[in-house]
Design a protein around this ligand. Structure first.
Ligand SMILES: [Fe+2]
Length: 197
């Protein structure tokens, strides 16, 4: 590839491409990517430092860092302002690896206890809400219902999606209070190449 990114990010992309070339199942690919993201990307001082300048993604946006031209995996960034609350959703049939780079967040998981999604209703209950610490990634499987909550400080995450979602497939959205269920497209994608300086 001709374009060169920040070294840690370029290494991450290169390692992902090797994994995707070798493995055929998304679950296996994403579990391997989980280990690589935590051991090489989320603890890289230069990468963390660059993330301090990334713009806020308030208003349902994602920074779009990279879409692989051959394998279709996508790498995004999210920058949450202090006090940011997140809505309950799933990622349809995609696997998503959510790596916290800076700050803290709470990663809520839900069970669907009354599933009438075809009628626009799905009652969800909170089952766990672990604190996400910088340097750790959370792997979310297809149709797993969850929400990411910000904290009282700015937080930054890197997201690896096993396939392109936004504009391609609809994702489930859940109202935790009323049980309303509907489907929508994901956040707006704002191109933000992490080129080396
Ligand atoms: Fe998510």
């Amino acid at each position: 590839m001709s374009e060169k990114f920040i070294p840690a990010f370029q290494n991450f992309v290169d390692e992902l491409r090797q994994i995707w070339a070798k493995e055929t199942k998304d679950e296996v690919r994403m579990k391997k990517a989980h280990a690589v993201m935590e051991s090489t990307l989320l603890n890289d001082p230069e990468f963390i430092n660059r993330s301090k300048d990334w713009p806020s993604t308030e208003g349902r946006k994602n920074l779009l860092f990279y879409t692989d031209p051959d394998y279709g995996f996508v790498i995004n960034g999210v920058v949450r302002e202090p006090g940011r609350t997140g809505s309950v959703h799933d990622h349809a049939n995609a696997w998503v690896l959510y790596g916290l780079l800076d700050g803290t967040e709470t990663l809520e998981r839900f069970d669907v206890i009354d599933d009438r999604r075809s009628e626009g209703y799905a009652k969800v209950v909170l089952t766990s809400a672990p604190k996400g610490e910088a340097g750790k990634a959370d792997l979310v499987g297809p149709y797993e219902v969850h929400a990411e909550q910000g904290s009282d400080i700015r937080s930054v995450a890197v997201i690896l999606r096993s396939r392109e979602l936004v504009g391609k497939i609809l994702q489930g959205r859940y109202d935790r209070d009323t049980g309303k269920y509907y489907e929508g497209s994901g956040p707006d994608q704002i191109p933000y190449p992490l080129t080396a300086q």
